[in-house]
Ligand binder design. Structure first.
Ligand SMILES: [Zn+2]
Ligand SMILES: [Zn+2]
Length: 355
């Protein structure tokens, strides 16, 4: 049985102190919560096996003082005689900036950076990724029925992150089934991000951003980024369920997951509910932008893009599987920029996820 130490938690369910987890065979894992962006907390995980220390995720460079403070905290509370520069390897769970933005600090100190092969290109060609992703985001937003001035504002906000990272070549490109250290297998779980990986450490699974204890990881259509999308995500939840019978899950945000399989079921049910809501809205023809507004209400800042991505992923799933059809086909045929209006096809959505 895995054991977990006491840790503090704030009003939003986020850990606000480090925690020590001891797995069934005695491997120690330290959860190090740090604020990577204002109000946004990531958990870095330090896995300490005999002769092998692995850091999972590195946060952002702005959080370096907090990282140092968390290492000081685990030295004082748990007697961990290690500094941030002493790790043997760094695993980047996926190529989202709050998880990899600080990679240079650890690479400069000599730690090999490991990342799934589908996300390695983001680190190596950060600017290219941003330019191409901006273009594909823009195409999606027009297709979703977002007004031209809003499309420009959303894309330009996205592009403002172009100076956040200087390209770096990872030392290792990972694949599903690769084993790290003394025997920690990786599971590739595309969906929330193309190259997202989970890591099994005995009876504990690092679920990273694939499964979280309170919120559900953000979704975006696979028409914008291959290997994302709700269908891939739900398949990856099944994959995690089959990966093993774990005692504890550690997400890259929020508190530990005490019942991994129950949380998988809750997360699937959340998306089934949202699929039913989206389908009900399409009793009359609607664009993705209209569905987003009906589901989430008016949004501001970066949340606009997140809400449209979430709505787009659910509509894409319903359309691909034949639960929705395009009602204004003549309009779309005549004007490539015209947004599709989605209408319920009449095919009933089953209570359980369709296989
Ligand atoms: Zn993420
Ligand atoms: Zn994240």
């Amino acid at each position: 049985m895995a054991r977990i130490s006491d840790f503090d938690i704030d009003a939003k369910g986020r850990p606000s102190s480090a925690a020590e987890i001891v797995t069934a065979s005695g491997v120690k894992i330290y959860q190090l919560p740090i604020e990577t962006f204002p109000g946004h907390v990531n958990n870095l995980s330090l896995v300490c096996a005999p002769g092998y220390t692995l850091l999972v995720d590195v946060g952002t460079a702005t959080a370096n003082d907090q990282i140092d403070a968390r290492f000081a905290e685990i030295r004082q509370r748990f007697g961990v005689d290690l500094g941030p520069e002493d790790v043997d390897a760094v695993l980047i769970s996926h190529a989202h900036i709050d998880h990899f933005g600080n990679a240079h600090r650890f690479a400069d100190a000599g730690a090999p950076l490991l990342i799934h092969e589908l996300d390695a290109r983001v680190l190596m060609e950060f600017e290219e990724r941003l330019v191409l992703a901006s273009r594909d985001l823009g195409i999606f937003l027009y297709r979703a029925g977002v007004r031209d001035d809003h499309v420009r504002a959303i894309v330009s906000r996205y592009q403002s992150g172009k100076d956040w990272f200087a390209p770096i070549e990872p030392a290792g490109r990972l694949r599903n089934g690769d084993v790290l250290g003394p025997g920690f297998p990786l599971l590739h779980v595309p969906g929330h991000c193309p190259g997202l990986v989970c890591l099994a450490v005995d009876d504990v699974v690092l679920t990273t951003d694939h499964l979280l204890s309170r919120i559900t990881p953000t979704q975006a259509p696979q028409s914008v980024t291959p290997f994302m999308g709700l269908e891939n995500y739900l398949r990856s939840l099944d994959k995690l369920r089959r990966f093993g019978d774990f005692d504890l899950g550690l997400g890259a945000h929020e508190a530990p997951i005490l019942d991994v399989r129950a949380r998988i079921d809750e997360t699937i049910e959340h998306h089934m509910r949202r699929l039913r809501q989206a389908l009900d809205l399409c009793d009359s023809p609607r664009t993705i932008a209209e569905i987003s507004r009906d589901l989430f209400g008016p949004q501001h800042g970066y949340s606009v893009q997140l809400a449209l991505g979430e709505a787009g992923a659910h509509v894409e799933f319903l359309h691909e599987l034949g639960f929705l059809r395009i009602d204004n086909l003549d309009e779309v045929a005549a004007d490539l920029q015209a947004p599709g209006r989605y209408l319920r096809s009449g095919r009933p959505l089953p209570d359980r996820r369709p296989d």
